[in-house]
Structures are given as C-alpha cells and as structure tokens.
Design a protein around this ligand. Sequence first.
Ligand code: GDP
Length: 195
Amino acid sequence: MPVPRYSTQFLLSAMSPEQFPAPSVPEIAFLGRSNVGKSSLLNALVGEKAAKVSSTPGRTRAINFFSIQDDRQREKLRFADLPGYGYAKISKSVSAEWPKFIEPYLADRATLKTCVCLIDSNVPPQPRDAQLLDWLRSVDREFVVVATKIDRLSGNQRTRNLAALRKGLQIEHLLPVSAKTGVGIKELWARIEGE
Ligand code: GDP
C-alpha cells in the first residue's frame, strides 16, 4: 500500500529541541494516544521501516524523524512521529514529560506544515484528544484529524461514532482510515502532499 514512488529513511530520534534536525523540507507530524494505531498507519503510508524504528526500545518516548524521498533520492518531506500520549499505564511523571520537548516542536517549528491527529473511531471522544486539538488551535497549527480502525465498525456504528467524535472534539472534517484495509490512505496522502 505504500505510495511506491517514495522511499523512507530514518533520520534521527530527538529527546530535546537541540536534537531536532536542521529545518529543511516541509514536515508532517503524527500525533495520537498510545494504541490509536499510529505505527500501523505509518506502515500503511510509508512501509514498515518507520513503524519498526519508532517501536524500538528507547525511541518510543522520542520524536522520530523520517526522510521521505522521491525516486531520485531527493528529500521531499519529513515525517515526525511523536510519542503516544495519555496511556493509563504510564506513570504521571512520565506523561508530564510529554510536553517538554513536544510543545516546543509543535509550537515553534517553522517547517512543520501540518499535524496528522489520530483518533480511534471505536472510542468515544476523549478529553486528552480534545485538549490537544484545542491547544493546536491556540497556537494556530494546521491539523487534519483521522479516525483510525474504521474497518472495525459497521455502517451504522460508523456513522454514529464519527458524528459523536465530530461533535465531541468540535471538528468539521474527520477522515476515516484503516491501516488494515487501506481505506482512506490515498486520501490522507493527497492531504499530506497538498500541504
Ligand atoms: P500505536 O500504539 O498507536 O502505534 O498503535 P498500533 O499501530 O501498534 O496499533 C494498536 C493496535 O490496534 C494493534 O493491535 C493493531 O493491530 C490495531 N490496529 C491498528 N490499526 C488498525 C486498523 O486499521 N484496523 C484494525 N482492525 N486494527 C488496527
């Protein structure tokens, strides 16, 4: 399913702003609560390299940067895979760490074009997601919200859940995707490339 004309190279893992790569091509950040399906979506977008690197021990709490290159090895885009947030099993002190280097990235990064915010279509609207979207609005960050694991829902449930998410998170557009069936992946690429 990856768009074949691109290849993906791991750049680096950053745990502080000094470690961010020098700004260059447009960047797309991927954000979501742990278990939302972020690795699976990255896998569907660019192949398994990105998903594998980001799940390596020691890299799960970092921002992992990937270079997206065309067939002549020219860097076109960068993906920034941000650590999952809001997972109940993580101690308070660790989740309190989340904003320390994430917020400077999201608030100040000049080359960050858009944020892809992942929301699980099977779960009711969550305060932590609402907070994140509010915060992105407050810093004037562009974002696209995708509803993950849409294949798990029947037609009726799907309509109901998407409406509840739109209302609860106060979003107009929600792009349903499935890493499993490939639904929405082309549309998401079109959004990413259009930025
Ligand atoms: P992450 O923690 O956000 O990186 O989430 P993962 O990509 O590891 O996915 C978490 C769980 O959801 C795994 O058990 C995946 O198999 C499952 N999952 C992820 N995407 C999909 C999807 O599109 N459809 C279905 N049915 N399951 C999915």
